[in-house]
Design a protein around this ligand. Structure first.
Ligand code: UDX
Length: 429
């Protein structure tokens, strides 16, 4: 397939929209990113990147002449052939996805003379494409095509995931529109799965559900390991080498967080429930994850007797390393529970900020977090935590209680340094 230069408008300048825009510019297309947030658009115009995503700054900088930013719909749509929708779809109180930002984009689309194709990048419930199609037809906009092209990028590796994906999924009502979206990706070496719109929508939700199921599965295995004296790290290695199982997403820990998994699991659960199906397995996956985030409290209570009046250092706030994203971060649940128990909470994170967390103190160094603390919990496996001189820090703690929520450090080494070290799914020493 030839790489033709296409004009693409991307609606939404969040993680997904910016990565999508920057990567399409990198592939040679002309991209205009539109958002309603004037500050954000102005900052982007000045070359400032409002989010932390490795490689994104360089990509935006390198492709400056093919990228522009605007708040105006008319300016974004002018001469464009493809409109990517990459706006947020947060959960509502009922657990359904809130599609109001998607509908605003669709309803604001002006009538155009030539054919344009709307491509859904935002994660939406199955059936959204049908509804959008219907709404466009009602407005007499049959010349606007619709394609579902879900994203499978993970934060922290989003640029690499976009440019080197395992697969590209394209679900279209009209074959020619699907062809066009497939052609936009020319230059990327990956299998393309062409599907109907509903199947493409479901593929995204099902992929996330499969990954979350693996995490909750290994977390439950970890909990049984703790009760029986086995080591989940060894068990994960042993089962991961089975080609039918594979090694990824078998890291036991204090549960998954982030902008996708918690929200998408609720959305899929609700989608099934709305059509009368009780998705038992997914319900269990969600429940196991909630309990997992709280297990650390039990571990701390065991070691400290009572939490009231103690000082606990949380190492890591971001829901995973290499991002400043704190959405649904397990650290927030931990901090909230610890405060409720009357403990003092300090958080260290190299990038993420605790703004808006009353009662929690942010400290600028791991040493500052541990000094005088009664316990430390490793919450996010930031690589710099491997470089810490844990031996030197131990004596600065009031009590050397250490819970490694990500099984990152070596239990024997930590115990040899004098820590009362506990981890997830590894027999206590
Ligand atoms: C995820 C999906 O990977 C991505 O395909 C989708 O598009 C969006 O959701 P993301 O949320 O950015 O991406 O991060 P990911 O690396 O998948 O991690 C999600 C959570 O699972 C993190 O909290 C991480 O700590 C946790 N996790 C991951 C585990 O607890 N154990 C594992 O083995 C893997």
């Amino acid at each position: 397939m030839s790489a033709e230069r296409t004009k693409i408008a991307v609606f939404g300048a969040g993680y997904v929209g910016l990565v999508t825009g920057a990567c399409f510019a990198e592939l040679g297309h002309e991209v205009v990113v539109r958002d309603i947030l004037a500050d954000r658009i102005e900052a982007l115009g000045r070359g400032e990147v409002p989010i932390y995503e490795p490689g994104l700054d360089e990509l935006l900088e390198r492709n400056r002449e093919r990228l522009s930013f605007t708040t105006e719909v008319a300016r974004a749509i002018e001469g464009t052939e493809v409109v990517y929708v990459a706006v947020g779809t947060p959960p509502t109180y009922s657990g359904d996805a809130d599609l109001s930002a998607v509908w605003t984009v669709i309803d604001e689309l002006p009538r155009v003379q030539k054919r344009i194709v709307v491509v859904m990048k935002s994660t939406v419930p199955v059936g959204t494409g049908e509804k959008v199609r219907h709404r466009l037809d009602e407005r007499g906009m049959e010349n606007v095509g619709y394609v579902s092209n879900p994203e499978f990028t993970a934060e922290g590796t989003a640029v690499r995931d976009f440019l080197h994906p395992d697969r590209i999924v394209v679900g279209a009502f009209d074959d020619a529109d699907g062809e066009l979206v497939e052609r936009l990706h020319a230059g990327i070496d990956a299998p393309v799965v062409r599907a109907d719109v509903a199947s493409a929508e479901m593929t995204k939700l099902a992929a996330n559900a499969a990954l979350m199921t693996r995490i909750s599965f290994i977390n439950e295995i970890a909990n049984v390991c703790e009760a029986t004296g086995a080591d989940v790290v060894k068990v994960a290695e042993g089962i991961g080498l089975d080609r039918r199982i594979g090694p990824s997403f078998l890291r036991a820990g204090i549960g998954f967080g982030g902008s996708c998994f918690p929200k998408d699991s609720l959305a899929l659960k609700q989608l099934a429930a709305n059509s009368g199906y009780h998705f038992q397995l997914l319900n269990a996956v969600i429940e196991v994850n909630e309990l997992q985030k709280r297990r650390v409290i039990g571990k701390l209570s065991e070691q400290l007797d009572r939490l009231r009046g103690t000082t606990v250092a949380l190492l890591g706030l971001a829901f995973k390393p290499d991002t400043d994203d704190t959405r649904e971060a397990p650290a927030l649940v931990l901090a909230g529970r610890l405060l409720a128990e009357g403990a003092n909470v300090r958080i260290w994170d190299p990038i993420a900020r605790v703004d808006g967390l009353p009662g929690v103190t942010q400290v600028e160094s791991v040493a500052g977090a541990l000094a005088g603390a009664d316990a430390a919990v490793l919450v996010t496996e930031w690589p710099e935590l491997r470089e810490i001189d844990w031996g030197a820090l131990r004596s600065t703690m009031r009590r050397p209680v250490f819970v490694d929520g990500r099984n990152m450090l070596d239990p024997a080494e930590m115990r040899a340094l004098g820590y009362a070290y506990d981890a997830i799914g590894r027999a206590a020493g």
